[in-house]
Design a protein around this ligand. Structure first.
Ligand SMILES: NC(=O)c1ccc[n+]([C@@H]2O[C@H](COP(=O)([O-])OP(=O)(O)OC[C@H]3O[C@@H](n4cnc5c(N)ncnc54)[C@H](OP(=O)(O)O)[C@@H]3O)[C@@H](O)[C@H]2O)c1
Length: 247
């Protein structure tokens, strides 16, 4: 029987690159997201690449009140062995500092709804039944910085949440993997000036690292790998120096 995989935020460039890899392995996919036309186009592409079955669920995944209902629609054809939680928004940091509705949206999309989706997915999950949850966080969650702390703190909160779930499910067949990309060339970063260069990765490169992490079940992965070193330095710069930087 083919592996059943749920992709939350299936219109994301990183998620679609990952879904293509799963399609090539013959997986059955459920694509959840809020743009029906883009989901259907992705479904056509994934069927052509070998997916055993592709179903589409159209929903605003950050709508907290409907998470349980949307999850039930996603599970309509059976339980999942793997879930990729990929949706997210960057938001404009300067605007979010004065526009509380935007700040709340960035936090709700990237943290609150994501955390609640993880709880929903684990509800009633038998301890012995294998399930891998792949959660896309960000290197931005490693240290609060003036250039992106609204988004960064939401991703940082998600990291703590995943860490707790990893502890809670350690003795079970559930694997929870936190993926921390650095700069990735996707629509999310189109507004960043000076995009490109050695620190930037493609969505496919990140998808390849997610695939490796899914197979090994490692609890946390930086992608590309060199972000582990960059963030180790950023995390450890003393405050007195850090506060003089402009990052
Ligand atoms: N790109 C980077 O440099 C980078 C770095 C670190 C982490 N990440 C993380 O990687 C993940 C994937 O992002 P990406 O780089 O692939 O960017 P992307 O192509 O812009 O994907 C983001 C996706 O999130 C979806 N989304 C946002 N809010 C949603 C909602 N309420 N309901 C359903 N879908 C929603 C968007 O849907 P629509 O298509 O409907 O807009 C879009 O498909 C995100 O969690 C992001 O935070 C990205």
């Amino acid at each position: 029987m083919s592996q059943r995989v749920l992709i939350l935020g299936a219109t994301s460039a990183i998620a679609h690159a990952y879904a293509r890899r799963k399609a090539a392995e013959g997986a059955s996919l459920v694509l959840a997201g809020r743009r029906a036309d883009a989901l259907q186009a992705n479904a056509v592409d994934l069927r052509a690449r070998g997916a055993a079955q592709v179903d589409v669920v159209e929903a605003d995944l950050a709508d907290i009140a409907s998470i349980a209902e949307v999850a039930a629609s996603c599970r309509a054809n059976g339980a999942f062995q793997e879930v990729l939680l990929a949706y997210g928004i960057l938001g404009d940091q300067a605007q979010a500092e004065t526009d509380l509705a935007l700040a709340r949206k960035v936090i709700d999309v990237n943290f609150t709804s994501a955390a609640l989706w993880l709880l929903e997915l684990l509800k009633g999950q038998p301890a012995t039944q294998p399930l891998t949850l792949l959660v896309i966080g960000s290197v931005a969650g490693d240290r609060g910085r003036k250039s992106n702390f609204v988004y960064g703190s939401a991703k940082g909160g998600l990291e703590r949440f995943v860490e707790g779930l990893q502890h809670a499910r350690a003795a079970t067949a559930t694997r929870i993997v936190l993926i921390k990309p650095g700069f990735v060339d996707t629509p999310m970063t189109d507004g960043i000036a000076g995009k490109g260069g050695p620190l930037w990765a493609s969505a496919d490169k990140v998808a390849g690292d997610i695939a490796k992490a899914a197979k090994s079940g490692t609890p946390e992965v930086y992608t590309p790998w060199f972000w582990w070193f960059i963030m180790a330095i950023i995390r450890n710069v003393p405050r007195v120096i850090f506060h003089r930087t402009n990052i």
